[in-house]
Design a protein around this ligand. Structure first.
Ligand SMILES: *[C@@H]1O[C@H](CO)[C@@H](O)[C@H](O)[C@H]1NC(C)=O
Ligand SMILES: *[C@@H]1O[C@H](CO)[C@@H](O)[C@H](O)[C@H]1NC(C)=O
Ligand SMILES: *[C@@H]1O[C@H](CO)[C@@H](O)[C@H](O)[C@H]1NC(C)=O
Ligand SMILES: *[C@@H]1O[C@H](CO)[C@@H](O)[C@H](O)[C@H]1NC(C)=O
Length: 267
């Protein structure tokens, strides 16, 4: 896991560059998985995870918000998106006076992408010092300044289906979701069992529903799906959408029946 702490100061372009370049060298939490062999659906739970202690920067006097936000960004090999994401979101949050730090959770092993685990790790790393987290895609930039990142009393789905450029099903809670520490803990975070791209957020939706948490969404947005967010597309973006066995159907089942199952385990 690579971590960036963005200070609450207006940066010059050079300082951005310095910060961004140092991203590659800063703290890396290595999920010590065994190397993936021929089994593309190897979804074993990591045996060891190394933790690094993270302390927030002292609160800037310029920022008035009393809650502290950890922006958790699952990441792998999209450096050009990061170059755009960090300065942009940092500035966006400063304009809203949000007391925040940005954490880039960099998966460095050879396993399939596990967004859920990265977010869980980010939460564990930050929970003592931050009051809420934003589970944030690296390729989604908020454009409308009404998109509020303030402390959410209930889970707040910023990238709502009527605003997200691509996904518009009712139970969609991916993209950007704000959730406070208590609620994240209440539902025991996300399922670690989703490998590859997608579905873990659908299961998280069920967790929130089962805990009777109301998911709220922005209400005063006059922009639409094409101009509320900017979706950054890397040049050769490939998504690992291979599903393990009938993972998709099982997830649907989970959502329909509101039952939890162990997904994508080794058979
Ligand atoms: C509406 O937008 C403003 C910013 O213009 C923001 O402060 C406020 O929280 C928003 N209200 C809701 C319900 O999202
Ligand atoms: C969720 O919303 C319902 C109806 O608006 C309300 O009765 C309930 O108290 C809310 N639950 C929480 C946890 O806020
Ligand atoms: C922001 O919210 C206000 C109401 O709070 C609304 O009048 C305005 O149209 C919104 N602006 C945008 C760009 O969504
Ligand atoms: C967004 O789409 C609407 C119609 O769907 C169109 O009128 C508008 O110009 C589009 N805006 C942008 C920024 O592309």
């Amino acid at each position: 896991m690579t971590v960036i702490r963005a200070k609450h100061v207006r940066f010059s372009f050079t300082s951005y560059l310095i910060i961004l370049v140092s991203v590659m060298f800063i703290i890396t939490v290595v999920l010590s998985f065994k190397l993936l062999t021929v089994d593309q659906c190897n979804c074993a739970v990591p045996e060891t995870i190394r933790y690094y202690e993270i302390k927030p920067k002292p609160k800037s006097k310029l920022i008035s918000s009393k809650h502290r936000l950890a922006v958790l960004v699952p990441f792998r090999e999209r450096f050009e998106e990061l170059l755009e994401f960090v300065p942009y979101v940092h500035n966006f949050l400063n304009n809203q006076q949000i007391n925040h730090d940005i954490f880039i959770l960099n998966q460095v092993d050879a396993y399939r992408f596990n967004r859920a685990s990265l977010i869980n790790i980010g939460f564990l790393q930050t929970k003592t010092d931050y009051d809420y987290v934003a589970m944030h895609d690296v390729d989604l930039l908020p454009l409308n300044t009404n998109l509020s990142y303030t402390y959410p009393e209930t889970p707040f789905h910023l990238a709502a289906p009527n605003l997200h450029p691509r996904y518009n099903y009712n139970k969609f809670i991916g993209g950007i979701l704000l959730i406070n520490r208590e609620h994240f803990q209440l539902v025991n975070g996300l399922s670690n069992r989703y490998w590859g791209w997608g579905l873990e957020d659908d299961e998280f939706y069920v967790r929130l529903k089962d805990a009777h948490l109301n998911i709220t969404r922005p209400e005063n947005i006059s922009t639409g799906t094409n101009n509320t967010f900017r979706h950054i597309h890397g040049k050769d973006r490939k998504r690992d959408t291979t599903k393990c066995f009938n993972q998709r159907e099982v997830t649907r089942n989970v959502i329909d029946k509101q039952v939890f199952m162990m997904l994508c385990t080794r058979f």
